[in-house]
Design a protein around this ligand. Sequence first.
Ligand SMILES: [Zn+2]
Length: 345
Amino acid sequence: MEETQVPRARFPVIDFHTHLSWSARRRQVTEAHNNATPEEVLPIMDRKNVRVMVNLTGGYGRVLEQTIDYWQKPHPERFIVFTEPWFEKITEPGYPQFQADQIARAQALGARGLKLLKTLGLYLREQVTSGPLVKIDDRRFDPMWEAAGAHRMPVAIHTSDPEAFFLPTDRFNERYEELSAHPDWSFYGKDYPSNQELQEARNRVMARHPRTQFVVLHVGDSENLPYVSGLLDRYPNMHVEIGARIGELGRQPRASRKFFDKYQDRVLFGTDAVPRGDDTPQQVFGERLYEIYYRFLETEDEYFDYAPAPKPPQGRWRIYGIGLPEKILRKVYYENAARLLNFKS
Ligand SMILES: [Zn+2]
């Protein structure tokens, strides 16, 4: 089989979806946990032609400050940090306005956008960890979405997950190995909403806040491109990002190629990279990860691995490249994200 090596992206890249740090809770305090140092990451970025990495999980409050000081302040041209909602405060009166005010505060500290993990919709409950699940379109978040729009901070939102995560983890599940490795990713049964309900709640948020720009992470529903296409047609403030979903995009290469063509101004490059993220092999930050993404986007190679791992970690299949033309590559790699991040050209 043809193997095209793509050691370096043909054009400069903004990786819109990375996790260089997390908020970690230790000894009753929340503090920033960095998965790598800038000195480790920068040479790899240079070799792979990655101009900018967006660290979505910058946290809030003190952690956000630490994270901006560690990554963005010393290297403002290379690292961008997003903030996250202060979900622990949802039980407090006045939360909606507090959360909206935090957006302005985060921007003043240097944050460039807002990130929502799939926590919203699937983990966050009325008493944070107990009680009924809080819905994505809960009105308490309305001032937050509006504030993000008013401050021109794009919202990167992860909603729901692949269909297999809503099915029993048994021998018929095509992601049996992945769900066995991450039992907490199974949303089968219990009080979990369906994939469709989650997607629709997110859609109502986009409809309600037309001035706010939403980057729907993981392509939204990467297994159902006709559905995602319908949403992009309906919501002009919607964009998609491809991180950790080339496994799905690459097994429907003809549909994907058409999708990239039609929505070339609204698809963003991202990898969901986690330095030392060994428990998610499709996301381990490093040269091999980028080479696979570049091969998928730039070549027409057939049936190759979608992850830098000995076994396909998300499901036992391989992918096909979609050979995008130069004009689309430039947009997907860089221009679409640069516009949303308000880069001066
Ligand atoms: Zn992620």
